[in-house]
Design a protein around this ligand. Structure first.
Ligand code: GAR
Length: 212
């Protein structure tokens, strides 16, 4: 990824949040922004790759614009990626937050927003990337796992790491119980990271993310 530097924001950092499911990470951001006028960011739109999800309902309850961009409505992945990039561009975000968005962002999207897209993943990257980070850590027998907030590059969960939190794996854990404990920590981490990036700016130097 090319070195990237964020502008020092004079106004609240504009966020577009992308979701695919329950949207509890989105809710944590909404709550943090509502609770703190100095948070430094505002969510300007929420996008999804499917209809009928709780994440979109949360956005609607908060009075935010929403949009849905479904792969099956497009000729191929590239056309979907372009349509998603167009939809997001319309909201002129400073940062795009992939918060449980279960699609790989493509070339066009990353050309427009590279260095400005963050993702939250329920494992300690580079271990257990992909769709089943929690299940894979459990199956491997890892004693600790956790969550990672990172910038998105053109790989699968391979971009520069911003922050991580550790969660202990318990003997009695199943995937659901472990994921719920990870998500408690993950929501706090995502809120902290987004707030810091928005207020303090950041630099990406190779694989290193520097937040002053
Ligand atoms: C989160 O745990 C997030 O890390 C995970 O989906 C969950 C979404 O929860 N994302 C991935 O697994 C992406 N590979 P939420 O919809 O309640 O915010």
């Amino acid at each position: 990824m090319a070195p990237a530097e964020s502008p020092q924001p004079a106004r609240p950092c504009r966020l577009v949040v992308l979701v695919s499911g329950s949207g509890t990470n989105l809710q944590a951001l909404l709550d943090a922004i509502a609770a703190d006028p100095g948070f430094g960011a505002s969510i300007v739109a929420v996008g999804a790759d499917r209809d009928g999800i709780a994440g979109l309902e949360r956005a609607e309850r908060a009075g935010l614009p929403t949009f849905v961009c479904r792969v099956k409505d497009h000729e191929d992945r590239a056309a979907w990626d372009l349509a998603l990039a167009e939809a997001v561009t319309g909201y002129q975000p400073d940062l795009v937050v992939s918060a449980g968005f279960m699609k790989i962002l493509g070339k066009e999207f990353l050309t427009r927003f590279g260095g400005r897209v963050i993702n939250t993943h329920p494992a300690l990257l580079p271990s257990f990337p992909g769709t089943h980070g929690v299940r894979d850590a459990l199956a491997y027998g890892a004693k600790v796992t956790g969550c990672t907030v990172h910038f998105v590059d053109d790989g699968v969960d391979t971009g520069p790491i911003i922050a991580q939190s550790v969660v202990e794996v318990r003997n009695e854990d199943d995937e659901n119980a472990l994921h719920e404990r990870i998500k408690e920590v993950e929501r706090r981490l995502l809120v902290e990271v987004v707030g810091r990036l928005a207020r303090d700016g950041y630099r990406i130097e190779g694989r290193k993310v520097i937040v002053p």
